[in-house]
Design a protein around this ligand. Sequence first.
Ligand code: IPE
Ligand code: MG
Length: 221
Amino acid sequence: MDGNRRWADNRGLPRLSGHQEGVKTLKNLVKHVAAAGLKYLTVYAFSSENWNRSNEEVDYLMRLFGKVVTDELDELAQNNVRLRFIGDIAGMPADLQNYFATAIEKTKDNKGLSLQVALNYGSRLELAQAMQAIAADLQAGKVAISDIDEQLIASKLYTRELPDPDLIIRTGGEMRLSNYLLWQAAYSELYVTPLLWPDFTPEEYDKAVTEFAVRERRWGL
Ligand code: IPE
Ligand code: MG
């Protein structure tokens, strides 16, 4: 969800207010895709590298995450959305971890859209933690070296219960993955739009899906 601050800059608004606008965009999109019957939506909200931003911005974002999760939980639950988080959640502020645990528990039986929010997420961090988990299993004698295959590695990732993404949409025009779902994106279709995240309407999402629908996926064939 890239481009919030540029969106605010372009309008002469305080930069951080762009994040607030980005929340509105996300709410509209979640409603839209849930109604359309999408099974999984994963959004990149805060990377493990975003801690390098100013204290002011990090504090602002943490407060915003806590507020959005608590304010939106009832409506998400009513709309049959299952809310989950991927990333090193243990490294998030303790109050947020509590809100997240409440949200996960409250929505765990919902069978509609599965919505994952990536927070303190980085693919390299995820893979390093997976390797540690496998090494611990190895040391404990639970697995042998020859057991280490793609399936075992995938089972140690934050996304262990999720299918790989079919389509990855990046707003804000940058032609890179920025440490997002590197393992999982092996065969994902990529769609980059120059639109800044707050301008990414449900109609723009539909445009991305329409293009995705005519892509030829060859899976190495
Ligand atoms: C939102 O957009 C991404 C977050 C980390 C919350 P940015 O904050 O990266 O906005 P730009 O790219 O500077 O415009
Ligand atoms: Mg950015």
